[in-house]
Write a protein that binds this ligand. Structure first.
Ligand SMILES: Cc1cc2nc3c(=O)[nH]c(=O)nc-3n(C[C@H](O)[C@H](O)[C@H](O)COP(=O)(O)O)c2cc1C
Length: 158
């Protein structure tokens, strides 16, 4: 890709991480590296704040979150989730993607991912593609699944 093409297609992407044991962070770091290699401007937030999301330059957000407890959002993402719920900023100009890690042996499978998705939909963000669900019962290598998914997701950024 030449310089001019890169400027035309480059997107500002903010990756928001909810993790307890580090799997969702590893997945997020892999996505950051893949998207950066495609010339996008990517920032990874381990503990995002609403101001990070509502900043003018925000075009696309990518949430990578596990589920903890009994279907709870990890603390590293919970602050943002509560802030968005409280302030309810409508953001139809922002697009998003979702990666939800979980374990289908729990009744509350990937609940944090579903909660984030429902909230972002309520705030009128536009989802790009289908979410990726990574089930710990099915794979011990979440990054392998994410690697395939992020390539397909990136091709839909336009
Ligand atoms: C104490 C504990 C509670 C969990 N609770 C849930 C749950 O309610 N629903 C679910 O889908 N997965 C649950 N999981 C599975 C994790 O979401 C899964 O292992 C994930 O890969 C962990 O990602 P992380 O390392 O980013 O935290 C739980 C795991 C642990 C250790």
């Amino acid at each position: 890709m030449d310089f001019f093409s890169a400027v035309v297609v480059m997107a500002n992407i903010k990756i928001l991480v909810g993790t307890v044991y580090g799997n969702a962070l590893e997945v997020a770091e892999l996505c950051r590296d893949k998207l950066t290699a495609k010339e996008h401007q990517v920032t990874l937030y381990r503990q995002a704040d609403i101001e990070d999301v509502m900043a003018d330059e925000t075009e696309i957000i990518l949430v990578s979150t596990s589920t903890t407890g009994q279907g709870e959002i990890p603390d590293s993402l919970l602050k943002l989730y509560c802030q968005l719920q409280d302030r309810s900023p409508v953001m139809p100009e922002v697009r998003y993607g979702l990666i939800a890690l979980g374990d289908s042996s729990y009744d509350t499978y990937a609940e944090a991912g579903y909660l984030m998705d429902a909230l972002l939909q309520k705030l009128q963000l536009q989802r790009i593609g289908a979410p990726l669900f990574i089930d710990a019962c099915e794979t011990r290598a979440p990054c392998e699944e994410a690697e395939l998914w992020i390539e397909a997701w990136a091709s839909q950024l336009g």
